[in-house]
Design a protein around this ligand. Structure first.
Ligand SMILES: Cc1cc2nc3c(=O)[nH]c(=O)nc-3n(C[C@H](O)[C@H](O)[C@H](O)COP(=O)(O)OP(=O)(O)OC[C@H]3O[C@@H](n4cnc5c(N)ncnc54)[C@H](O)[C@@H]3O)c2cc1C
Ligand SMILES: NC(=O)c1ccc[n+]([C@@H]2O[C@H](COP(=O)([O-])OP(=O)(O)OC[C@H]3O[C@@H](n4cnc5c(N)ncnc54)[C@H](O)[C@@H]3O)[C@@H](O)[C@H]2O)c1
Length: 456
């Protein structure tokens, strides 16, 4: 086996695997080094197990709904171990697939810790040294927990996926993607959930009315959302009850405390002494439009650069870089981060693409806002009070739809399709001219009529 490569990728997560495969496909000699799990965060402790758990958490409501359609269920019992272990089996299957994909693509795989020894030199476990023309840092991120007394009692997102037993009461600290998703999953599985958020409304950065709607729906589903609240100390022991001392003087007793207070770039032991690249204050590797760091021949992409921490973004970056470095047809323009759709798999789901009402107002001055709240048909035979909300934000001058937001069942699935139209610059008139599919929730988005003009 040769130890000389065109590209050595450090980290076999979403971005690293895609870049390695594509580069190999373009004819490059590629090696990849992974120290923990093939497929990275998304496959092992992120998107995939999270979505499986979110499906699992939806069943109690399905059982209740089934009764309204005439199904007599003779009671049910939930077994955490079955869900956790079935999930783990599926993740192990995917690990194998990732390994095979790399092999089949002709990528040389190393298991161990990658360290950059100098330009064009990467060691595996500080031992074997690989020589290469290009190095790619695709080492992802890791959870950030603020320092506080008792922080050794805190659990991070990775831990949820391997809990020995499901706790009866939890506190989830944070108001972003992971905190909202975990709060919804645990609540759906029957756990008493307290979500603590330091500001006044969760899901900062999303459209204001969608945030209010989702916070209200999550609370209606049974999650105790404590806003303007932060933790000053945690007391207790790892295997038992924990008491959270709150800044407002209150306290809260739970069995587990999950912190979902953001993720920071993972650079642990990545650089040998005397080697470095420029980073931002939070450690994010600074790259230009071509994913080039401050050091020639060293590139970086994905979560370690802290642009948009999303798997499809890391995949797109990996493909772009592989084509740029080794492709016959080089990309003609930098990757476009405009109108990247995203979803939060809390309950209800959020799907969003483009600008929030607040952002659109600041950018365009005068906008039209179309919105609708309704009870999806599926629930109308039951007493379940599920609701959906949809919003279109239109630039008044050009009639272009610049933002599309939905909270409610199937939001993520529906938004993916509409994201194509928004990216292509569809106008409100185009939406109006599109015939709906009946009866669906999605048809609401092409039948919204009475817009409100808002000027900033
Ligand atoms: C709980 C959770 C849920 C999420 N859900 C979603 C979702 O639903 N949708 C979505 O789009 N995104 C989601 N994300 C975000 C998504 O997982 C990340 O954006 C994505 O995985 C980033 O890919 P990456 O290649 O940059 O890094 P990663 O996937 O983190 O891969 C980095 C890899 O590098 C390895 N590594 C690190 N240092 C070294 C070293 N020195 N040597 C060798 N190997 C090393 C790590 O072990 C890891 O396997 C979620 C994240 C979390 C935590
Ligand atoms: N569905 C998805 O696509 C998905 C799901 C999960 C994660 N992700 C990605 O992973 C990233 C990380 O997720 P996350 O939820 O950890 O981060 P986040 O940035 O979405 O949320 C972090 C939350 O922690 C709070 N916070 C930060 N520091 C704090 C402190 N010291 N004390 C109290 N609260 C504090 C913030 O106010 C915020 O509410 C996300 O930004 C997202 O890009 C995506």
């Amino acid at each position: 086996m040769s130890d000389e490569f065109d590209l050595v990728v450090i980290g076999a997560g979403s971005g690293g695997v895609r870049a390695a495969r594509m580069a190999s496909g373009h004819g490059a000699r590629v090696a990849i080094i992974e120290e923990r799990f093939f497929g990275g965060t998304c496959v092992n402790v992120g998107c995939v197990p999270k979505k499986l758990f979110a499906y699992g958490a939806g069943f109690p409501e399905e059982f209740e709904l089934a009764a309204s359609y005439g199904y007599q269920l003779d009671g049910w019992r939930f077994d955490w171990n079955t869900l956790r272990d079935n999930k783990t089996r599926e993740i192990e299957r995917l690990n194998g697939i990732y390994n095979r994909i790399l092999d089949n693509a002709g990528v040389t795989v190393f298991e161990g810790h990658g360290r950059i020894e100098g330009p064009g030199r990467v060691s595996v476990d500080g031992d074997r040294v690989l020589e290469c023309k290009h190095i790619l840092i695709a080492t992802g991120g890791k959870p950030h927990v603020p320092e506080l007394p008792g922080d050794h009692l805190v659990r991070i997102s990775d831990d949820l996926f391997y809990l020995d037993k499901l706790p009866e009461r939890v506190a989830v600290v944070g108001g972003g993607y992971i905190a909202c998703e975990f709060a919804s999953i645990l609540n759906g599985l029957g756990v008493e959930v307290h979500q603590l958020y330091r500001r006044d409304l969760i899901l900062r950065g999303f459209d204001g009315e969608i945030r209010e709607f989702v916070a209200e729906r999550m609370a209606a589903a049974g999650i105790h959302i404590h806003v303007n609240t932060d933790v000053s100390a945690i007391e207790g022991d790892a295997g038992g009850e924990k008491t959270l001392r709150l800044l407002n003087g209150d306290s809260l007793v739970v069995d587990e405390v999950f912190y979902a207070t953001g993720r920071v770039p993972k650079l642990d032991g990545l650089f040998a002494e005397g080697v470095s690249v420029q980073t931002r204050d939070n450690g994010a590797v600074i790259v230009d439009d071509a994913f080039q760091t401050s050091e020639p021949g060293i590139h970086a992409l994905g979560d370690v650069t802290d642009r948009l921490q999303l798997t499809p973004v890391a995949l797109a970056e990996g493909m772009w870089l592989a084509a740029h470095l080794f492709g016959e047809h080089k990309p003609k323009a930098p990757l476009d981060y405009r109108d990247v759709p995203t979803a939060v798999f809390c309950h209800p789901n959020i799907g969003t693409v483009g600008l929030s009402q607040e952002e659109a107002l600041a950018e365009y001055g005068t906008i039209r806002v179309y919105k609708s709240q309704f009870r999806p048909m599926r629930y109308t035979l039951s007493d379940i009070q599920e609701k959906s909300m949809m919003k279109l934000i239109v630039d008044d001058a050009s009639d272009r739809v610049v933002g599309l937001h939905m909270a409610g069942e199937e939001s993520a699935e529906i938004t993916q399709g509409f994201a194509v139209a928004v990216r292509m610059g569809a106008t409100k008139a185009d939406f109006d001219a599109t015939v709906g599919i009946h009866p669906t929730s999605a048809e609401e988005l092409v039948t919204l009529r009475d817009g409100e003009t808002v000027s900033g």
